[in-house]
Ligand binder design. Sequence first.
Ligand code: ADP
Length: 204
Amino acid sequence: QLKPAPAGRFPIPTSLGPKTVPTPSQSLNDRMALYRGDITKLSVDAIVNAANTALQGGGGVDGAIHRAAGPRLLDACLALNGCPTGDAKITHAYELPCKHVIHTVGPIYSPLRHDTCEDLLVSAYKKSLETAVLNGCETVAFSCLSTGVYGYPSQDAAAAALSAIRKFMEMDTEEKIKRVIIVTFVSKDVDAYNEALPLSFPPV
Ligand code: ADP
């Protein structure tokens, strides 16, 4: 039985806090990985889909995941009655090599509401990791949420994503999440993560 993350367990923060360089930690660095390629090929416990609020499938990585998972994934998604922006829901993975798909919804980016978008993007990462823990998923691969048609600038998205993941890992003292993999697909996200990773996960 798959469990949804309880509402309000992780209140959405008003900001990521001061942008200081975190203390280097080998054990945190060992749990973080970057990979460029097709997320549908990964045999992890959960892949994280950049879904839309209707959970009815779409383009981009959502379309690729639904094509590879087969039609039962859409049936499972439709039974979930949508997903608010910043939240996450989980299904089985059907024909995919991974075990579960976590469907989360990042914000549609607008520079006029940058702080709200950042809070919602951080929330999407946190809720996805919380849902993973609740369902026993130890290895989690994220697509680059919101950086495709939702237009979030890749550098800002990478900084917010890594900060949210690091904060979650620091709280996860029992190391229930063994590895987080950020899956980049296009070169702008590869560049953004190569630049942002040593800032949030500095080398020891
Ligand atoms: P959003 O609507 O949240 O912006 P998109 O699907 O348009 O979602 O894009 C999210 C990210 O997924 C983008 O960085 C895009 O390059 C990437 N992407 C698209 N197809 C794949 C795939 N098969 N595997 C991994 N990432 C992918």
